[in-house]
Design a protein around this ligand. Structure first.
Ligand code: KG4
Ligand code: ZN
Length: 361
């Protein structure tokens, strides 16, 4: 089964084809980072308009790279949420239109489920069950994952997400958006122990996180001394150590609490080198294993959406679904149900709880 995946939830347009027998066949991405950079963050209306410009040419490019025609596609997956409403609607519109025209099933995919299962795009890929640490710009969560759609939330952030903390701290240090990679690069030049920042909730005894206090501590540190290049690098280094300390400790605690041996790390912050090195060393020292998505699929992409679409469309139909039968997740709210009841209508879910997802089938 060949599934076309379309991701447009935020500031990257991602398109891919995933084949349930052959794996990932082709993928393409357009990042809007350069466009939003001047504004210091994502401008939602600009994001939507850029997705409109990019998505169809990207679909054409991916099909050409795969040597496929539209008629060779067995199903279409798109990011239904969470994300920016206008941006999500672009992917939803294109997916629904293609589904109608080609008479193929269309499935709305949860963006975080895409991140969560993206390590399945790597070789070797993790077997179920595993603990997943989801660290993106909007989320910092630990899940116990028993299988596709079987996700139990173990811990969550009480305020800022890890990526958000990276981005806000980077801004305080005068780095441009998106701050995570820039801050990580600056941290390379810093010295260990030049200052001390808090490790919020390190000893809270649960699996929850909090990062807003750390950001405030950085703000205080930036005012304490002249912000020379050296000082900025020292702050960046200590900030990264603090975030990584907390993420490593909580991930280990989650493995302990669930008795799982495999840890999967997904989401943009999973691209952070210090986090990867420390997690791998610590978990392997305990006889466990850590799995990451390929680096290109840590941040937003179409491949993870096509992958989830293939897994769920196959599961929903007990094999290859019949043409024209749209696999639908049950509506989360009464409002979504009303929208779905109108012929031809479709919606997106800018806010959507991952733990509410059903297993396929
Ligand atoms: O998963 P993602 O692409 O988008 C969301 O769904 O949020 O994650 C983006 C986040 C941003 O906050 C970005 O600064 C962060 O991931 N990020 C990093 C690194 N690369 C991306 N944070 C720390 N170190 C990195 N190397
Ligand atoms: Zn994402």
């Amino acid at each position: 089964m060949r599934v076309l995946g379309i991701e447009t939830s935020c500031d990257e347009t991602g398109v891919a084809v995933y084949d349930s027998d052959r794996g990932l066949v082709a993928h393409a991405l357009h990042s809007q980072v350069a466009m939003h950079e001047a504004f210091g963050g994502v401008v939602p209306e600009l994001a939507s308009r850029d997705h409109v410009r990019r998505v169809v040419p990207l679909v054409e490019r991916v099909l050409a790279d795969a040597g496929l025609a539209l008629a060779d596609i067995d199903g279409i997956a798109f990011t239904e949420g969470p994300g920016l409403a206008g941006a999500l609607l672009v992917g939803a519109s294109v997916a629904r239109a293609l589904g109608q025209a080609l008479e193929r099933p269309v499935i709305g995919v949860h963006h975080l489920e895409g991140h969560l299962l993206s390590p399945l795009l790597a070789a070797p890929s993790p077997a179920f069950p595993f603990v997943a640490l989801l660290v993106s710009g909007g989320h910092t969560q630990l899940f116990d994952v028993e299988g596709v759609g079987r996700y139990r939330l173990l811990g969550d952030t009480q305020d800022d997400a890890a990526g958000e903390a990276f981005d806000k701290t980077a801004k305080l240090l005068g780095l441009s958006y998106p701050g995570g990679p820039a801050l990580a690069a600056l941290a390379e030049d810093g010295r260990d122990g030049a200052l001390s920042l808090p490790r919020p909730m390190l000893d809270s005894g649960d699996l929850d996180f909090s990062f807003s206090g750390l950001k405030t501590a950085v703000l205080t540190a930036t005012r304490k001394e002249a912000l020379t290049d050296g000082r900025r690098a020292d702050i960046a280094r200590e900030f990264q150590h603090a975030v990584v300390d907390v993420l490593v400790a909580k991930a280990l605690a989650a493995l302990g609490a669930t008795g799982r041996e495999r840890l999967v790390v997904a989401g943009g912050v999973g691209a952070n080198r210090e986090l990867r090195e420390r997690l791998t060393a610590t978990v392997e020292a305990r006889g466990g294993a850590v799995f990451y998505p390929p680096l290109a699929f840590c941040t937003d992409n179409g491949a993870m959406i096509a992958l989830v679409g293939a897994l769920r469309l196959a599961g929903a139909a007990g094999g290859v679904p019949e043409a024209g039968t749209a696999a639908r997740l049950p509506p989360e709210s009464a409002a979504a149900g009303v929208a779905d009841a109108q012929a031809g209508a479709f919606g997106v879910r800018p806010r959507w709880d991952l733990a509410s997802l059903p297993a396929p089938g």
